[in-house]
Structures are given as C-alpha cells and as structure tokens.
Design a protein around this ligand. Structure first.
Ligand code: ZN
Length: 190
C-alpha cells in the first residue's frame, strides 16, 4: 500500500525513532508499504518518520540514479550494488570514515527543495536487515549520502539542519510556506 508522505511542519519528523527489537508482522507490512511508497515517489530512500512512524527503520534504493555512482563493501570486498538493493536498515549505527564531500540532496518531505549538503564521503554501517539479522557494510558515493540522510531522519534530524547557513536563509521563505501549509492541513484533519 502506498502511504501518504509526511511533509515538513509535522512534528513526527522531529521525533527520534524507537529501536525495533522484533520483526513483527506489523513491521514486515510497514517495510513492504515503505518500499511501495518509495518506488511510487521515485525516492532514493525513505525513513519511517516520513510515513508517520517514529521507529528506527529506513529503506534505501539507489538503483534508479545512474549518474551518481556508489560503492558497497562487505568485509572489505566490493559487492554488486544492484544485487543488494533495496536495502532495509533497522536500528542503524553510522560511523563516518571518509573526508567530507558536497553533493546535491532533496527530500520527499520537502517537495522541490534541493541544496548542496556536505557530509562524509564514506561511512561504515551496522544495522539489522529485514529478517532481523545483523549486517555491516562500508559504502561511498550516493549510497553513503542516502544512508546518512535517512539515518538522520531516524534521529529527528532533517537535511535543512545540515545546510550551509546562507543557503538555508535563501530557502527560508519556501520552508516557512511549506511548514505553514502542513500545520494548516493538520488543523483541518483534527
Ligand atoms: Zn529525507
């Protein structure tokens, strides 16, 4: 089922996700729905907060982007990217290992907002997969960026928090407008 995407201004986007201890049928359904929702919206990643659930769960799929390369390594061995997509990360822990690099980012919760964001170019990731099994990998490029962007969501951090101050100031009127529209929607729904 395709779920509605929560937009900036909704308080759930600022909530830290609860850790997931068991892969219950509800979690399995949520993962399936998040895959569908990500695909429908042509997203590279989607965090549970973006469908209104404050849990440590994100899905990622960078296959659709061909002009921004990524690498993925398990135990120091390069792995086939496409074979390992989509990724499900539960309770992810991310450790930066690369130098900071700048790259363009958008977010499904911020329609039509794009900005250059500086983040470490490579990260080590430890998480549980969709079966609740521990997994560890190193990634670079767009995948490293997506992992960091989504893990931020799980901790209530948004890409606007990582923007250069000047860039954010320029976008502020658009951000204020989006926030106000979301709050208006929330009021109506009550
Ligand atoms: Zn996002």
């Amino acid at each position: 089922m395709v779920l509605p995407i929560i937009k900036y201004g909704h308080p759930v986007l600022r909530k830290k996700g609860e850790r997931i201890e068991n892969i219950t049928p509800e979690i399995k359904k949520l993962i399936a729905d998040m895959f569908e929702t990500m695909e429908e919206n042509h997203g590279v990643g989607l965090a549970a907060q973006q469908v209104g659930v404050a849990k440590q769960l994100t899905v990622i799929d960078v296959r659709g982007v061909t002009d921004r390369p990524s690498t993925l390594e398990f135990n120091g061995q390069l792995a086939d990217l496409a074979e390992n997509m989509p990724l499900v990360l539960i309770n992810p822990e991310v450790t930066p290992v690369g130098e900071p690099v700048s790259g363009g980012e958008g977010c499904l919760s911020f329609p039509e907002v794009y900005a250059e964001i500086t983040r470490p170019g490579a990260v080590d990731v430890q998480a549980l997969n969709e079966r609740g099994q521990p997994m560890a990998f190193r990634c670079t490029g767009l995948l490293a960026r997506a992992v960091q962007h989504e893990t931020d969501h799980l901790n209530g951090i948004l890409f606007i928090d990582r923007m250069d101050k000047k860039v954010k100031a320029e976008l502020q009127p658009d951000l204020d407008e989006l926030q106000a529209a979301t709050k208006e929607e929330l009021k109506k729904a009550k």
